[in-house]
Design a protein around this ligand. Structure first.
Ligand SMILES: Cc1cc2nc3c(=O)[nH]c(=O)nc-3n(C[C@H](O)[C@H](O)[C@H](O)COP(=O)(O)OP(=O)(O)OC[C@H]3O[C@@H](n4cnc5c(N)ncnc54)[C@H](O)[C@@H]3O)c2cc1C
Ligand SMILES: NC(=O)c1ccc[n+]([C@@H]2O[C@H](COP(=O)([O-])OP(=O)(O)OC[C@H]3O[C@@H](n4cnc5c(N)ncnc54)[C@H](O)[C@@H]3O)[C@@H](O)[C@H]2O)c1
Length: 466
């Protein structure tokens, strides 16, 4: 068959493009390899289910039995995700010009020519335009025993059975820290295995210390200098049908750790394996990513790559912005190029790690501002000491630090680290302030609702840190 637009993968950018272009009258074919992934990573196995579990975990009381509580939380998660998966299907199914091929794996066999295989069935598709949106997959840990039945990735851990009384986590990125915080609140004894000297190495030491303190107070043990060398699990699954299996041992350069389950969270690699990119003349980078320019064009004519697969920052809203970049080109294929969006247009893209409390980040850290030779002042205060902000106290979660780096020449914010309840919201306000050139003075004198987290700005920005 021939289609004007072929989207490979039901990711954030791809599904948005498919809907918009299909409704505009273009013939679109969207290929997704798994019915369980309709709607993509974020809603099925990524952002949404993990945040549902984080919020459930935060609600657990000391007296709640961890196993029963976790099972109930997973059931709630599953109900929510089933609804979102169905809603995503329902968004595109009614669009007449969009043809959905679910359960078929796509592979290039030539330029803009793709074979889709599902069981015995095969479909050959040619297209004027191809959009690769295949996402990323967990990086595997290259040590003996990492393929054992009690070694999980972020997907399988969401349904782990039985609930692990002790959980070891390899890695200390967003996935590792979110699950560490979540499982500690569910009642596991969690050990984070960080191979470096401290967690959050890319962040300022005081921000990392604030995160480490919140995790430690929740019961997480952080083992640094701990390179995992092997995972030993001698217990044959069949010999212990009740689930009462002996512990497994994680061997690390900082000593052995005993656990009932292991999470490997050492990054996610672009999903390009088996895509046949060679056959289509599409260049692949060293990290397995599809190489693109700032307009997300690949090395092959008429082929774009959007979302995690292009090696950019792995966030759903970045994939969403990728859709804007491609759409701005497809809407005006030959005409006025002035409205074309580019990756270079992005300013102050925020990010949040959803621990308890979350850490929101945008722009430069203090260390980065120093490295860049900027003239700046740091405004920072521990959350517990911010008198005008009673909201964390009312919520019973006063861990954290609010820190802003401000340009002394312009009085504009260069960056922020907000480790506090509501950081996932407040960081967007700071990002907007950065994009619009709002000054420290204006934020300091802003009229903010009460009790809210934003009103911390009325106090933290009053005077620089000593
Ligand atoms: C545990 C976890 C938590 C996360 N939390 C957050 C968060 O809180 N906030 C945030 O912004 N981001 C979060 N992320 C990252 C976010 O989920 C991703 O950045 C985002 O979903 C990427 O979307 P995408 O557009 O690249 O494609 P995806 O949504 O990954 O979609 C790719 C699709 O392509 C399909 N596919 C792959 N290969 C083929 C093929 N050959 N043929 C057909 N179909 C194929 C896949 O099945 C998949 O459905 C999280 C990720 C994980 C793993
Ligand atoms: N809230 C969010 O926005 C959110 C949440 C989860 C995931 N994500 C995205 O998903 C992606 C994947 O997250 P992630 O945390 O898995 O990856 P990551 O790449 O951010 O972090 C991986 C961590 O594992 C460590 N590591 C790598 N190899 C190791 C090894 N062999 N032994 C020990 N440690 C090792 C790295 O040093 C790093 O600390 C990230 O890019 C992230 O942006 C975003």
């Amino acid at each position: 068959m021939h289609t004007q637009i072929l989207v490979i993968g039901w990711g954030k950018a791809g599904k948005t493009l498919a809907g918009v272009l299909g409704r505009a009258g273009r013939s679109v074919t969207l290929v997704e390899r798994s019915g369980a992934m309709v709607g993509g990573t974020c809603i099925n196995i990524g952002c949404v289910p993990t945040k549902a579990l984080v919020y459930s975990a935060e609600g657990r009381r000391e007296e709640d039995d961890p196993t029963a509580y976790f099972r109930a939380a997973v059931a709630g998660r599953d109900t929510l995700i089933d609804k979102l998966n169905a809603a995503n299907r329902a968004m595109l199914e009614p669009v007449e010009q969009v043809r959905l091929v679910v359960g078929g794996v796509a592979e290039f066999v030539g330029p803009r020519q793709v074979r889709v295989t599902g069981g015995e069935d095969e479909l050959m598709i040619t297209a004027d335009t191809v959009i690769i949106n295949t996402g990323a997959v967990p990086r595997t840990l290259p040590v003996p025993g990492a393929d054992g039945p009690r070694v999980h990735d972020s997907t399988s851990l969401q349904h782990v059975e039985p609930f692990p009384a002790r959980l070891a986590i390899v890695g200390a990125g967003p996935v590792a820290l979110e699950f560490a915080s979540m499982f500690a609140h569910f009642g596991s004894v969690v050990t984070v295995l960080e191979r470096g000297e401290r967690i959050l190495r890319g962040e300022d030491a005081d921000v990392a210390a604030s995160m480490a303190e919140a995790l430690t107070d929740a019961g997480v043990r952080i083992l640094t200098g701990a390179q995992t060398t092997a995972i030993e699990d001698d217990a044959a699954p069949d010999a212990h049908p009740t689930g009462q299996r002996p512990a497994l041992t994680v061997r690390t350069t900082a000593g052995d750790v005993t656990a009932d389950a292991v999470l490997v969270a050492v990054g996610r690699v672009p999903a390009t394996a088996g895509l046949g990119l060679d056959a289509a003349g599409i260049e692949v980078g060293e990290g397995g990513e599809v190489v693109t320019d700032d307009l997300l064009r690949t090395s092959a004519d008429g082929v774009w790559a959007v979302g995690d697969v292009n090696g950019g920052s792995q966030q759903t809203y970045v994939s969403y912005d990728d859709h804007r970049i491609v759409l701005s080109q497809l809407e005006e294929p030959d005409g006025d190029r002035s409205g074309v969006r580019s990756r270079a247009d992005r300013v102050a893209v925020p990010a949040t790690i959803f621990t308890t409390p979350p850490l929101g980040r945008v722009g430069l850290s203090e260390d980065q501002a120093r490295e860049q030779g900027r003239s700046f002042e740091v405004y920072a205060k521990p959350v517990a000491k911010i008198a005008v902000m009673p909201r964390p106290k009312a919520l019973g979660e006063t861990h954290g630090l609010i820190k802003l780096v401000v340009d002394t020449d312009t009085d504009e914010v260069l960056g922020a680290a907000l480790h506090t309840v509501d950081a996932q919201e407040m960081i967007n306000l700071v990002a907007l302030a950065m994009r619009t050139g709002t000054t420290r003075d204006q934020l300091l004198d802003g009229i903010w609702t009460h009790p809210s987290t934003t009103e911390a700005l009325n106090e933290v920005l009053a005077s620089p840190r000593d």
